[in-house]
Design a protein around this ligand. Structure first.
Ligand SMILES: [Zn+2]
Length: 168
């Protein structure tokens, strides 16, 4: 069933990012914003973005964490507060690509995919019979000898008179 994402993290799931992880991320990015590429300023002006968004990841019920783990530094990007807000909620011009939009879209697509699958399965009647392998080999007509005609051009018949051909 695709109707819901069964292994999505619990709604609102979020773990605080340890300072060590934040530091690793900032160093990895050479203190540059992952969105605009400008230098990151103060820590208060910096936010840490999960990519993919935590709510869009699969959920590992045993580890009680997402896959990849929510604090995997490889999946966290440091950004200006403003740049992050634009990614999370979409710019005023377009909400397309924003996490909140994408999460809703992912669930909608899952539902549409399921509906589509049902239509395909219902439609799977053998209404089209493909005729293959039914090709008859070209029949070679038995070669028929030409009618032997008499010299006068008339078909030879048994009662032909004055035949020049020797019989027997
Ligand atoms: Zn930025």
């Amino acid at each position: 069933m695709f109707a819901e994402l069964p292994l999505a993290p619990p709604p609102g799931f979020r773990k605080a990012i340890p300072d060590k992880v934040k530091l690793e991320v900032v160093i990895k990015q050479h203190s540059l914003c992952a969105t605009c590429g400008e230098k990151l300023g103060k820590l208060e002006d910096t936010q840490f973005d999960h990519v993919p968004a935590v709510q869009m990841r699969c959920w590992d019920p045993v580890a009680k964490d997402t896959v990849p783990p929510s604090n995997d530094e490889e999946c966290i990007f440091a950004k200006h507060v403003g740049c992050h807000a634009e990614k999370t909620f979409g710019s005023k011009a377009s909400k397309r690509g924003a996490d909140v939009t994408e999460i809703a879209r992912t669930k909608r697509i899952a539902k549409e995919t399921e509906a589509f699958r049902r239509r395909i399965l219902a439609k799977n009647e053998p209404d089209v019979t493909v005729e293959l392998g039914n090709k008859r080999p070209k029949k070679k007509w038995p070669s028929r000898p030409f009618d032997r005609r008499g010299k006068n051009g008339k078909p030879r018949s048994g009662c032909e008179e004055g035949s020049s051909e020797a019989d027997g």
